[in-house]
Design a protein around this ligand. Structure first.
Ligand SMILES: Cc1cc2nc3c(=O)[nH]c(=O)nc-3n(C[C@H](O)[C@H](O)[C@H](O)COP(=O)(O)OP(=O)(O)OC[C@H]3O[C@@H](n4cnc5c(N)ncnc54)[C@H](O)[C@@H]3O)c2cc1C
Ligand code: SF4
Length: 516
């Protein structure tokens, strides 16, 4: 096992081991760059993963104190993991590219009352890295991998979609092995993807990037290591990370450069917490953009009660999608598009998010018909709003002694007509197959956390440049979904991985040129 000295200032420190951090760390280590990865959560093994949502929630989910405002749950405003592998442990693995126009949200949509900007890079620039990301992750329908076999739920959606005239019905674009790949087995359709995949058929950095990085001898993972503060020198360059290590002891790791990949809320919170006299509002926050423009995707879930048994809980929890509504066609009454995905929910989730949890005829009859349910979940373009974001509580502290984050999210006006349209699509899709009842969800909140440290061409509009490098600090990188300049309609992780691969190349180039 490789161990680096805490005083070794030649290492790159990566904070977080999820989609962004795990991939970036491995890419750098493969190139011979020494990396220390600080991960707040503990390291699970396959032996710890069980097909039990409650047990895995306790083992994996981030439950540190946060406060939600606006539309968010006040006690649990965002869903992410605190464990090695990050939220690639919980995720359901839909892996789709952003469309070219989605990199140009401001130019393309022109929606009023948004803080939208265009990305400082275009689809063409990211395209080769999407290909590398798909190879790394074993995305179905790429690299000779067949489409994922459709479970009953996806077969219902596909049949309904065909009747409505939809053409782009896919079980490609999923980072779940549709055949043995990269030393991992084929999906056995066990149906517990959100609880961590017990056989490793679903891509997660826990058992792909992290062990591969360790094999290089250039990588050290420190689990249970919560980064508290970033320190800098008199020139404003980051020099070290203060973190709470094993048994809560405060440690200091020196660094050549620091790459923050803590998921959008924690990444922006760490920068805001790192206030000094030189950076009184937090690091990289001279333009006041850290924590702003939090994006989540517009979502809508819907249940269709079908004439026959579906057993939608069996098989991959999100094993396919329909892409026809992803186009930008403002004749539908809204800007941007949405993707229709297959989805599965436990009886508890059905009760809570579709029926508000109230016990009565509506809910009891739904639970009696649980095996006849088919379900969709729609992911749509979210419009940037600077009022959505993360700020620090003035007094309340968490178990590490850090100010608790307050997370705010409100819908933009564009979400209402998009949801109305998506509701009609879901209803049409189920009713054309004879559904006896269609129930749109009462609670609609995406599990995606994006923005808060966005990329921008103009330093006044964002936090980092097109490589994820902070505008203000030469050796500080944003390496996760916080970088997103806009959300697009695709699930974000494939783009996070593509950006991390690209960022690793940029860091290597700068090191080779003696700039870093
Ligand atoms: C139920 C669910 C289903 C999902 N399904 C999909 C899907 O189908 N497709 C898709 O594209 N996306 C999906 N997502 C979202 C996807 O998981 C995330 O977009 C992705 O994992 C984000 O990557 P990240 O690197 O930004 O953060 P993460 O993967 O969350 O990694 C962040 C890591 O940083 C650590 N960390 C945070 N702060 C600190 C700190 N201060 N010090 C040290 N470590 C820290 C955390 O513990 C965590 O391990 C889903 C999410 C959920 C919850
Ligand atoms: S359905 Fe497939 S990917 Fe999901 S948990 Fe089961 S084996 Fe893993």
């Amino acid at each position: 096992m490789t161990v680096f000295e805490q005083s070794d200032d030649s290492v790159i420190v990566v904070i977080g081991s999820g989609a962004g951090g795990g991939v970036l760390a491995n890419e750098l280590a493969q190139a011979g760059v020494n990396v220390v990865c600080l991960e707040a959560g503990r390291r699970l093994t396959f032996g710890d993963i069980v097909n039990d949502e409650r047990a895995m929630d306790e083992k994996m989910t981030w439950h540190d104190r946060r406060i939600g405002e606006g539309l968010l749950n006040p006690y649990f405003p965002a869903w992410m993991c605190k464990t090695v592998g990050g939220t690639t442990m919980h995720w359901t693995a839909t892996s789709v590219r952003l469309q070219p126009h989605e990199f140009r949200a401001k130019t393309t949509y022109g929606i009023p009352n948004t803080s939208a900007i265009d990305w400082p890079l275009g689809y063409e620039e990211l395209e080769p890295f999407y290909t590398l990301a798909e190879t790394k992750m074993g995305v179905s329908g790429t690299n000779g991998l067949p489409p994922l076999p459709m479970n009953n739920n996806m077969k219902v959606l596909a049949a309904g979609a065909r009747r409505l005239g939809y053409k782009e019905i896919k079980s490609t674009g999923v980072a779940i092995n549709s055949a043995p790949y990269d030393g991992r087995p084929q999906c056995q359709q066990i149906g517990f993807c959100k609880s961590g995949c017990v056989i490793g058929a679903k891509w997660s950095t826990l058992y792909t990037e992290i062990p591969k990085a360790e094999d290089t001898g250039h990588f050290e993972l420190r689990p249970n290591a919560m980064a508290l503060n970033l320190e800098h020198d008199q020139n404003g360059r980051v020099t070290s990370v203060l973190y709470s290590g094993e048994n809560g002891a405060i440690q200091r790791q020196r660094a050549r450069a620091v790459c923050v990949a803590g998921n959008a809320i924690e990444t922006s919170r760490l920068l805001l917490n790192s206030q000094t006299s030189m950076f009184p509002d937090g690091l990289a926050n001279g333009a006041g953009q850290v924590g702003k423009n939090y994006l989540k995707h517009v979502v809508l879930g819907a249940l269709g009660f079908m004439p026959g048994e579906v057993n939608f809980y069996r098989g991959a929890q999100q094993g396919g999608h329909i892409a026809d509504e992803q186009r930008n066609d403002e004749s539908r009454g809204f800007a941007g598009g949405y993707q229709i995905e297959s989805a599965a929910f436990s009886p508890l989730s059905v009760a809570r998010i579709a029926f508000g949890g109230e016990w009565g005829e509506e809910l009891t009859s739904a639970l009696e018909d649980y095996t006849r349910i088919a379900a969709t979940f729609i992911t749509g373009e979210d419009a940037s709003q600077s009022k959505n974001g993360v700020r620090l509580h003035g007094e309340e502290k968490d178990a590490y002694g850090l100010p608790v984050p307050i997370v705010r999210y409100e819908d933009h006006d564009n979400a209402t007509p998009m949801r109305k349209h998506a509701n009609a699509s879901a209803r049409g899709l189920f009713e054309t197959l004879g559904a006896t009842r269609v129930v749109p969800f009462k609670v609609n909140m995406a599990t995606h956390n994006l923005g808060t440290c966005r990329m921008s061409e103009n330093p006044a509009d964002g936090v980092c440049n097109k490589w994820g490098r902070a505008h203000e600090i030469d050796n500080l990188y944003i390496s996760d979904g916080s970088q997103f300049s806009s959300s697009g309609s695709a699930n974000p992780t494939l783009t996070i991985v593509a950006l991390a691969i690209r960022q690793a190349g940029h860091i290597r180039d700068r090191m080779a040129a003696g700039e870093l």
